[in-house]
Write a protein that binds this ligand. Structure first.
Ligand code: EPU
Length: 278
């Protein structure tokens, strides 16, 4: 899984499946359900930490072109779960639609962004969603309006039991130059405040009292290393892989940060990155 995650750590999955249609996917998940085989849906692996002994069960990746389409119709952009968020942002810009600029620099897929209600630059995914097409664990498909999908900061609980197949995003017409300009500002902010080295994005959710990156910074933990895992010098909420880090290194560093935050500030940091595997 180290080749399938942006943090580049993690042991192997037992089985890796790339379905080529919704029917394929339906067969795989209903097979897993009847045989009681665990499965995990992988997006771009950009918010994921896989432990060193890998994943028992089946990893399903919706990377086949069948799941990666992006098309515009009126003020709506329809995108498959496997499409990159950046492709949604670009299609919205091409169609003269605003409100999706923040997708530009989030290094994930539509499916992953829906599942974790990914956000950046003061917005989050479900602010612009109107409908999601989902498959349940019996392999049955239905379409849900956003009003029937409860979400929180960095979480869409429904998509922890069901699989997102596609979504409709609704924008608002605007002039191309203004959209372009906002995308440039967001991109600049990201490049100047976040590391380019391999990472899983922000490691911790922001506590209500202080952004996690600021807290790590104030605790003087930037640059702290365990093995080849290091707290980024650019942004305190990123753990970067200097090359050859193990999941064990990253998790040990997570614990160093959590225990300092607890002892010195009484703050219980919660990981934002999903941690799976043995
Ligand atoms: N700060 C520091 N030191 C640091 C890092 C940040 O003092 O090392 C300060 C900043 O100066 C700023 C505040 O902390 O005053 C917040 O920092 P920033 O603007 O970078 O935003 P953030 O809350 O750390 C959030 C998201 C990011 C998203 C950015 C940009 C979370 C956990 N993180 O970061 O999302 O890219 O806003 O919109 O909500 C991700 O989810 O993986 C992620 C990277």
């Amino acid at each position: 899984m180290s080749r399938r995650t942006t943090l580049r750590v993690g042991g192997p999955a037992d089985v890796f499946v790339e379905p080529a249609s919704e029917q394929d996917l339906s067969q795989v998940v209903s097979f897993c359900s009847t045989e009681e085989i665990p499965f995990f849906i992988l997006g771009r692996g950009s918010n994921l930490l896989v432990r060193d002994n890998g994943i028992r069960g089946i990893v399903i990746c919706l990377s086949n072109p069948f799941f990666c389409g992006v098309r515009a119709e009126g003020a709506t952009i329809s995108a498959g779960a496997g499409a990159r968020l950046k492709a949604v942002a670009i299609e919205a810009r091409r169609s003269g639609l605003t409100n999706m600029e923040f997708f530009e620099g989030i290094p994930g897929t539509v499916g992953g962004a829906l599942r974790m209600n990914a956000g950046a630059m003061g917005s989050w995914t479900f602010n612009v969603v109107s409908n999601v097409r989902v498959m349940n664990r019996a392999g049955e498909i239905r379409s849900l309006p956003v009003s029937q999908i409860p979400v929180n900061y960095r979480s869409c609980p429904l998509l922890h039991t069901e699989i997102a197949l596609a979504a409709d995003f609704v924008g608002r017409p605007d002039v191309s130059e203004a959209i372009e300009q906002r995308m440039r500002v967001f991109s600049n902010k990201r490049w100047t405040s976040q590391p380019a080295a391999p990472s899983a994005g922000c490691m911790f959710k922001n506590p209500s009292t202080i952004p996690a990156g600021k807290l790590v910074d104030e605790l003087g933990l930037k640059g702290t290393k365990v093995g080849a895992a290091r707290v980024s010098l650019e942004h305190g909420n990123f753990i970067v892989n200097d090359g050859g880090a193990t999941a064990g290194d990253v998790l040990a560093l997570v614990e160093v940060i959590r225990s300092r935050a607890r002892k010195e500030r009484g703050i219980e940091l919660e990981t934002e990155v999903e941690i799976i595997g043995e």
